[in-house]
Every structure is written in structure tokens, then in C-alpha cells.
Write a protein that binds this ligand. Structure first.
Ligand code: UDP
Ligand code: MG
Length: 330
């Protein structure tokens, strides 16, 4: 019996591109000749996305499920909402804007059939604007230095996760996270393959520079305390150095006498140290803020509605469609 598939797709204001996505995704999946479900997670869209997803659910109720989040919770939380509802043996994530070609899903499935429980991907020819690529290169490097996570291309969201990994992820209650990295930490047989990448089909990127920076802080603070350790180490080194400096000055005072010159040098050094201190405080703040969010234990996302066929009636010829309105929150 072939493994079944769940395709999880976060959707945030993607009305312009959804039809293109359906047109390529469903044929690509049909070709695999397996049971599959496409799980769209609407991440609080304010355009016609929900209406379009509902239409698609009515057209393909046997293979489509839609989760509507009450508010925008962010791409990674939307994916987690999809993971929690997914039923397939292999769960594959994909962007809604067709930057990840659906035809590449076959490669991921093949790798998982060969035994991989986590399939990471590297974008062969990345089609993004210049500053995005430069920022990604920088962040890849920072992440490599600060965490134990060995993935070459953290940004590519076209990835495969085995049911075991998804179950492990579902047990995590983190309020801020980075799904590919979280999955990787549970993987026993991770592999990496190359996939194609395309320009956004329609609409615009949902990530501003600011949101991108926030996301990368999630990645770094979520998987490493190295930034905190860096400040303890650097602080210790600076304290030792200034101790040496003070000793030097004291000896000089005994031999040459007191010095009045060089006040501005002193200011310069002091301001530099204050700057370092402020950065350190900020880094601590990034962690404290997340700890605060975690201890409040507010739901990470709230589900407004789930559009799906009743599981109990799925095998029967006369199928019933259901629209559950749930106040579900997680
Ligand atoms: N997305 C989401 N919630 C958000 C931002 C983005 O669900 O708050 C979805 C978006 O609809 C898309 C995917 O995440 O399917 C990737 O977003 P986008 O293409 O804007 O990011 P980029 O490709 O520029 O990194
Ligand atoms: Mg995109």
C-alpha cells in the first residue's frame, strides 16, 4: 500500500494566484497515483482567498480540506495548524505563489519512499530580488554558526516530513518557531535534494524586510542560545582587558604621574562599550520576550472554520460535506 500524502499550503491574500496553483497542483498530484489531501490553511486573508478556497473545496471535496484561521498568525503558525489537521503518511509543505513548482513533489515522495524521514531542499536557480538573496546568504551563515542545524537553504519551504516527524512537531507548543528547522531536529534520516524555483506567479511577497528580520530572530532564538553565550564571553574578555588597562594606568601614575590628556579616547571607548551593552540587552530581550509569550500560554492560532468531508462518510458513495465552525484554538 502506497503511502498517502498531505500537501499543506499556507495562504495569505493570494487571490491573484490561487487558480494558477490549482491548475498545476492537482494534475501533478494525480500523476503520482496515490491518495492525497490538499490542506489549504488560510492565514487570516483579507481578500477573496477564502471564497476561492471554498469554491475549490466544493469542486474537489474528496481531496481538498480548508482550514480558515481567524486572524493572521504568520506563515509558520499556519503550517503548524495544517500539520495538526493532516492525516497523510507524508506531509509536504508548499508555498501558494507557485515559487515552488508542484511538479517537484514527485522527487520528494521518491526520496521518502527510499527511507528519508525529512526531505530538505535547495533551490537550484533562485528567482528572487537581489536584496532577498543577499539577506538569505547572510542569515544562512549566522544560523550555521549559532545553531546545530545543518540545512543549506533554510528559506525553501517545499519540503517533506514523515508522519513521525509531524507527530513530534505537533507535540511542541512553541509560540514562535521555524518549521523546517524544527522538523530537522527530529529527523533520523534527513536528506537534501535540489528543486527548481520560480518567480512569484501573481501578487506580491508577504514579507517586508522587517518581518523577515523578525522571522530570522525566531529561527536563531528558537534553536540556539549562542547569542546569549556570545555576550557572556565577550563581556568577560572586555572586563579583563579594561582591568589590564586600569592596572597600566595605575603603574603609569606611579612612574610618570597622572594623565589628563586622552579624555576623548576614553569617551570613544566608553560609547563603544555602551553600544555593545545595548546590543547585549537587546539580545537578552529577544529571549525574554519569547519566554514571556510562552508562559502566557495564549493560543498560537485560532481556527474560525474547517471545510472538509466527514471522515466517517468518506468511504460511502453518498458523500456529505461538512463545514465545522469551531472556536478551536491552539
Ligand atoms: N504566508 C502566510 N502568512 C503570512 C505570510 C505569508 O500564510 O503571514 C504564506 C503566503 O501566502 C505564501 C507563503 O506563506 O503561500 C510564502 O509567502 P511569500 O511568497 O510572500 O514569501 P516569500 O516567497 O517572499 O519568501
Ligand atoms: Mg513566495
Amino acid at each position: 500500500m502506497n503511502a498517502t500524502l498531505s500537501i499543506v499550503i499556507p495562504v495569505y491574500n493570494e487571490e491573484a494566484g490561487l487558480q494558477h496553483l490549482y491548475d498545476r497542483l492537482y494534475p501533478a498530484l494525480d500523476q503520482l497515483r496515490r491518495r492525497y489531501e490538499v490542506l489549504f490553511v488560510d492565514d487570516g486573508s483579507t481578500d477573496r482567498s477564502v471564497a476561492l478556497l471554498r469554491e475549490q473545496f466544493q469542486r474537489r471535496p474528496d481531496s481538498t480540506r480548508v482550514i480558515v484561521l481567524a486572524r493572521n498568525a504568520g506563515q509558520h503558525m499556519a503550517i503548524l495548524a495544517g500539520f495538526a489537521q493532516s492525516r497523510g503518511d507524508y506531509v509536504i509543505t508548499l508555498d501558494a505563489d507557485l515559487q515552488n513548482p508542484p511538479e517537484e513533489i514527485a522527487k520528494i515522495v521518491a526520496s521518502m519512499d527510499d527511507g528519508a524521514d525529512y526531505v530538505g531542499t535547495v533551490r537550484a536557480r533562485r528567482h528572487d530580488v537581489y536584496w532577498r538573496k543577499a539577506a538569505s546568504r547572510l542569515m544562512n551563515r549566522v544560523r550555521e554558526r549559532t545553531t546545530q542545524i545543518r540545512i543549506s537553504d533554510q528559506g525553501c519551504m517545499l519540503r517533506g516530513y514523515h508522519r513521525n516527524i509531524v507527530d513530534a512537531i505537533n507535540r511542541c507548543l512553541e509560540v514562535s518557531t521555524f518549521v523546517p528547522a524544527l522538523g530537522y531536529t527530529f529527523a533520523r534520516y534527513p536528506v537534501e535534494i535540489e528543486v527548481e524555483h520560480a518567480e512569484r506567479k501573481a501578487g506580491q511577497s508577504k514579507y517586508s524586510l522587517y518581518r523577515l528580520i523578525r522571522l530570522n530572530f525566531d529561527l536563531m532564538t528558537g534553536f540556539s542560545v549562542a547569542p546569549l553565550q556570545f555576550f557572556t564571553m565577550a563581556g568577560t574578555a572586555l572586563a579583563l582587558l579594561s582591568l589590564l588597562g586600569v592596572l597600566g594606568l595605575a603603574i603609569r601614575r606611579l612612574i610618570v604621574g597622572p594623565e589628563a590628556e586622552g579624555v576623548f579616547t576614553l569617551f570613544g571607548i566608553a560609547f563603544f562599550l555602551i553600544g555593545v551593552l545595548l546590543i547585549g540587552l537587546g539580545v537578552v530581550g529577544e529571549y525574554v520576550g519569547r519566554i514571556y509569550e510562552q508562559v502566557r500560554q495564549r493560543p498560537r492560532y485560532t481556527i474560525a472554520a474547517v471545510l472538509e468531508e466527514d471522515e466517517s462518510t468518506q468511504a460511502q458513495p453518498q458523500q456529505q460535506r461538512s463545514e465545522r465552525y469551531v472556536g478551536g484554538a491552539e
